[in-house]
Write a protein that binds this ligand. Structure first.
Ligand code: NAD
Length: 170
């Protein structure tokens, strides 16, 4: 059985990592969609699709998983009612979707695709918005992401990128 799981992964954190480990216990193959692939260099979406591919594949490498995992960037489209068809065009066929995002769940259900919820892990701290806030405020963000993600963000000078893009032009 092949599953599909989508996120923005800004950044890929330990909540995502736990969910993916659990999905991989239940299925043979997994497609990880990187949503809003066109977005980068903003407060909400600081990292490019390519950087997010790198974060996730490096973090998963460390788990030494034997199963097939596809990581595929997916640009947003303006029409929610056509989005499932867009996803299906861009990725290999899948049997089940794992998600906790209400819109994602609803759109796949309406398209007749089986949707399974996932557990939430420490949703207060394992949350992109909170982690990005910590990055800006100089707080400890590293404990909320896999070690591989820390390495990628440091290599691309990611923290200074976020601080610079939110600074004022004065
Ligand atoms: P996200 O990175 O916030 O979350 C990804 C998944 O991880 C979600 O299922 C979320 O519930 C789960 N998650 C987050 N924190 C967790 C934690 N601590 N523990 C366990 N699970 C946790 O990404 P998202 O915003 O859900 O991504 C959806 C993507 O789909 C977006 O890029 C969105 O733009 C895209 N989308 C696009 C369209 C369109 O183009 N019309 C329509 C629907 C969705």
């Amino acid at each position: 059985m092949r599953a599909f799981f989508i996120g923005r992964f800004q950044p890929y954190h330990l909540g995502h990592h736990e969910v993916i480990k659990n999905i991989l216990n239940e299925v043979d193959e997994l497609i990880i969609g990187i949503g809003s692939a066109q977005e980068s260099h903003s407060l909400e979406n600081p990292f490019t699709a390519g950087e997010r591919v790198w974060m996730i594949s490096k973090a998963l490498d460390e788990l030494k998983i034997e199963k097939k995992i596809y990581i595929i960037p997916l640009e947003d489209i303006k029409r929610n009612s056509l989005w499932v068809a867009h996803v299906k065009e861009m990725v290999p066929p899948f049997d089940v979707v794992y998600s906790n995002n209400p819109l994602v769940k609803r759109l796949f259900k309406e398209a007749g695709v089986e949707v399974r919820g996932t557990h939430l892990y420490n949703r207060v701290e394992y949350q992109g918005t909170e982690i990005r806030k910590k990055m800006i405020n100089g707080e400890n963000w590293k404990k909320y992401v896999p070690k591989a993600v820390v390495e990628v963000i440091e290599t691309i000078d990611g923290i200074n990128r976020i601080k610079e893009i939110i600074s004022k032009d004065i």
